[in-house]
Design a binder for this molecule. Sequence first.
Ligand SMILES: Cc1ncc(COP(=O)(O)O)c(C=O)c1O
Length: 397
Amino acid sequence: MKKRDHFQRLNVDHLLRNHKLPEPVFVARPTMPKLADYCEKLTGIWERRWLTNDGQLHRELEHRLAEYLGVDHLALFCNGAIALMVALQTLRIDGGEVITTPFTFPATAHVLHWNRIRPVFCDIEANTFNLDANRIEQLISPETKAILPVHVYGTPCNVEAIRKVADSHGLRVIYDAAHAFGVRYKGQSVLTHGDLSMLSFHATKLFTTGEGGALVCQSEAQKKRIDFLKNFGIADEETVIGPGINGKMSEFQAALGLLQLDMVDEEIANRRNLAKSYQNGLKDIAGISFLKDVPDVQHNYAYFPILVDEKNYGINRDELFALLKLFNVHPRKYFYPLCSHFSCYSSLPSADPARLPLAERVARQVLCLPIYGTLENGIVETICNILMKIHEEHYLE
Ligand SMILES: Cc1ncc(COP(=O)(O)O)c(C=O)c1O
């Protein structure tokens, strides 16, 4: 097969006539409970006149979430970024260096910066896109305080290898588990690994409270410290035990969370079916690859990332991204640009693209396709078909 030359490449008018989706389909869409059920919860809030600060719904959600996720200690937050800020303060890490991945949402690196910590970027693995545990050791310096890996797209990091390297150098491990709601590894919640794990319940996440998040910790004492820190350090009416922040989740968020929790098994099951449809529909398209399910992992199908290899597919990721929008398909380039490209970090020695070859390649090729519980299977089939037709169109037989 031979590639068409550039001026022929982006003309898809005839395909649009047959394959354009009638409505825009975005990368994520929250599955909402019945409005009447939310109103019933609101009625309770109105009656109690208790809007935040460890309210009844907050306590109920904390308890039920810990039970659902299979963890012993969980503290709710107003969002995931503040939860991560508090995670660092909980472990008294507020300076030095922390080893992390550049292939993540900006929050991961920014919370380090806000705690006066220098991020040290580590390259990623080709098969999971997670921080490569085999490369951590060479980045450790006398300044290193902790490792902050991300379970990217919900795929667990190499938790055993990370623990081993952390233990042998006396380092803390905080997982950014923003994507890993409900993920299990070897029969256990992935959130049981590391000193602390952060969850995000942002509107784009499969379990959402609009804005929201949580910290999972390993002891009652840690949970107590977290609870102080997320409420300005206030221990009682006249005692402030330290410089805390306002990280509290409100009753309105908790009310949505309780209703979401009743739907989350079905949400994950629907996503699993959609992921299977994508896997089937994309497996024979040259130049498109996707992550395989990992043995021992119960995935949550939070995202469906593909890699676009221009040489074999015919056009590059950015061209495909622009074309798909014409078809009313709105994927996202999670995670492009890399955090190491941001002007606030790009002058760090560890941000040198030559040191991050895999992260650089994946960031150039990745595209997250729409996936959410209420997405119709037929739409996924159409998206796969569009990807196939675009590929065929950009090659000459
Ligand atoms: C990997 C990652 N870390 C951190 C965050 C920040 O979470 P939040 O938006 O809840 O503050 C997000 C997403 O929103 C994320 O995807």
